[in-house]
Write a protein that binds this ligand. Structure first.
Ligand code: AR6
Length: 202
């Protein structure tokens, strides 16, 4: 499938969707985030910064023990990292310089602060990227696995958070790529992007 959206300078291939926002690039791909080179890779961590399953497990396995060593130091300094916040470590053997560990909210009913915390995760990823001087950032669909955030709701929050930072010139990051693990997640993010972009891309 190839769809073209000339109004937004956007092209959607089956598993890749790129859109220009001002002079920045926003894209969606299907894949394993540990395999895609970027200056910084986002992780869906827990507040204990203790590693785990899902994308967190994959990042620690592929990056090696340097990542946990970095988290040990941070834990010794700040204890836990609350939902909605993020911390950065080196990326070990991953094809990146940094991993930004964002702690997503555990989904309950959508009225317990989850949307605000989820949006804040993505904003913190971009803020930390700016502090680190990174230009390219990959992000997973935080909270949509073990933490149970419905993908249709999470995708809209994720896309809106990133698109508004890019379109408002609030970040120096030049390219943000959501790396979605399967076609269903990709389609949800693509739908969210097409719904939200008219308000930010013009
Ligand atoms: N690349 C890209 N996306 C992935 C990958 C991968 N290699 N692996 C999984 N996903 P989850 P959460 C997708 O559960 O919901 C951990 O134990 C997955 O399909 O990894 O924020 C932490 O330590 C889903 O869409 O994170 C925490 O305890 C998305 O990544 C807890 O899970 C997020 O799923 C965090 O839960």
């Amino acid at each position: 499938m190839v769809s073209v959206y000339p109004k937004y300078n956007a092209v959607m291939l089956r598993a890749e969707f790129k859109i220009g926002i001002k002079d920045r690039e926003f894209s969606l791909v299907v894949g394993d985030i540990t395999k895609i080179p970027a200056d910084a890779i986002g992780n869906a961590a827990n507040s204990r910064l203790a590693g785990g399953g899902g994308v967190d497990g994959a990042i620690h396995r592929a990056g090696g023990p340097a990542i946990m060593r970095g988290l040990d130091e941070i834990r010794a300094r700040i204890g836990q990292c609350p939902a909605g916040d993020a911390v950065a470590t080196s990326a070990g053997k991953l094809p990146a310089q940094w991993v930004i560990h964002a702690v997503g909210p555990i989904y309950r009913d959508g009225r317990s602060g989850e949307p605000t915390a989820l949006r804040s995760c993505y904003e913190r990823c971009l803020e930390l990227s700016d502090e680190l001087g990174t230009r390219t950032l990959t992000l997973p669909a935080i909270s949509t696995g073990v933490y149970g955030y419905p993908m249709d709701l999470a995708s809209k929050i994720a896309v809106a958070a990133v698109a508004s930072k890019l379109s408002g010139g609030e970040t120096r990051v030049e390219r943000v790529t959501f790396v979605l693990f399967d076609d269903t997640a990709f389609r949800q993010f693509a739908a969210a992007t097409l719904e939200i972009m008219p308000t930010v891309a013009s």
